[in-house]
Design a protein around this ligand. Structure first.
Ligand SMILES: Nc1ncnc2c1ncn2[C@@H]1O[C@H](COP(=O)(O)OP(=O)(O)O)[C@@H](O)[C@H]1O
Ligand SMILES: [Mg+2]
Length: 365
């Protein structure tokens, strides 16, 4: 059993409002991810849940019991840090058995249980190795095994994969999820890595500057980002500023400058309003003469897993990224693009415009 409910949590450090009115519910057995750029408030949130830091406002409930006055060890949660620390002078088995010994199990029983847990993380064959003899990924799994041995309901993971190289990381992220699921643990995993979040999460909560801006399944968020920040951060959408020129039901025409007009099938924007237009790199079609024709020059392109990512300097001065499988793309050549109005997203304009959104996405503000 392990459910978690955060009600109206706020925390300020001098001039920084690290968390603002955070409401979040995580269900028993769920693998939830809080995703946000560096400085968003992720670690602060986990420290408050774990009881290492007191919030200024709001309440933390674990299994529907308010835990704000309980010390960390009585909350039934374990915080697994970015920098996991194993005891260097103890074997892998002893590292894991340690938590069980502390809980009062006999030496024999704690070693037997520790071995069971090591089997779950596929490290039983390294039980008698020392941490320094293992790879980073293996050490990570030992640290996780030790946390599991401590017998918690809720695992709080603070960027647990950030120190691993890409290949090991993609293996371990699935193992981590499988392991949590097979043990029935509730997990709150925080990260700034979008792919990692999309790969492991049942649900994602997006944190930006201390505020939860959207909560949903990876598909829901990818398909329907609520703000320009989420669109850019999660779906890597191209964003452009514009002014609504015409607006009727299911048809909004936006002037994006340089004589370009883009039509969108979204609703809810008024004539004359400033908006941010979003288009996924994969939504642009190269060539053709469909709706929403845009022209520009190929500035550059790079290979990425089976497709090319082309940077196009549009003739209105904006720069967009286009994902394509076409191989006949040459640097410096002219290019025309079209996009289906159904693939044109519109977002409310923010004070400061696009520059502010892009700064938030890169975590510089
Ligand atoms: N102990 C602290 N004292 C002052 N400011 C802090 C402290 N801890 C965090 N902050 C600030 O709070 C904000 C959120 O930090 P943090 O929770 O570490 O973000 P994240 O883990 O998402 O990178 C940042 O602006 C950070 O500088
Ligand atoms: Mg952090």
């Amino acid at each position: 059993m392990g459910s978690l409910r955060l009600v109206d949590i706020s925390k300020r450090f001098d001039r920084v409002e690290a968390l603002k009115d955070v409401d979040l519910e995580i269900y028993d057995g769920e693998y939830a991810v809080v995703l946000g750029p560096t400085g968003a408030g992720k670690t602060t949130l986990l420290r408050i849940i774990a009881g290492l830091l007191r919030q200024d406002n709001g309440e933390v409930y674990i299994n529907e019991v308010q835990v704000d006055d309980l010390p960390p060890e009585e909350r039934g949660v374990a915080l697994f840090f970015q920098n996991f620390a194993l005891f260097p002078h103890m074997t892998v088995l002893d590292n894991v058995a340690f938590s069980l010994r502390v809980k009062g199990l006999s030496l024999e029983e704690s070693e037997r249980k520790a071995m069971d847990i090591l089997r779950m993380v596929h490290l039983d064959h390294r039980a008698y190795s020392y941490p320094r003899e293992l790879s980073g990924g293996m050490q990570q799994r030992v640290a996780l095994a030790r946390t599991i041995a401590a017998g918690v309901d809720i695992l709080l993971l603070d960027e647990p994969l950030s120190q691993l190289d890409a290949k090991i990381k993609s293996e371990i992220q699935y193992e981590l999820r499988d392991l949590a699921k097979s043990l029935g643990l509730t997990v709150l995993h925080v990260t700034n890595d979008v792919e990692e979040a999309l790969a492991v999460a049942d649900r994602i909560a997006i944190l930006n500057k201390g505020e939860i801006v959207q909560v949903g399944t990876p598909v829901e968020i990818m398909e329907n980002p609520k703000t320009a920040f989420v669109a850019s951060f999660i779906a890597e959408m191209n964003l452009m500023e514009g002014v609504v020129e015409e607006s009727s039901e299911n048809r909004v025409v936006v002037d994006i400058g340089g004589g370009f007009k883009v039509e969108s099938s979204r609703n809810g924007f008024k004539k004359g309003e400033l908006v941010i237009v979003g288009v996924k790199p994969s939504s642009f079609k190269i060539g053709g003469d469909g709706k929403n024709g845009l022209t520009g020059k190929v500035e550059d392109w790079v290979f990425s897993f089976g497709f090319r990512r082309v940077t196009v300097q549009l003739d209105n001065g904006s720069r967009v990224s286009v994902k394509t499988e076409r191989k006949d793309i040459e640097r410096g050549s002219s290019i025309s693009l079209t996009v289906d109005p159904r693939d044109v997203y519109l977002f409310p304009y923010l004070k400061g415009g696009l520059r502010t959104v892009l700064a938030e996405v890169s975590g510089v503000f």
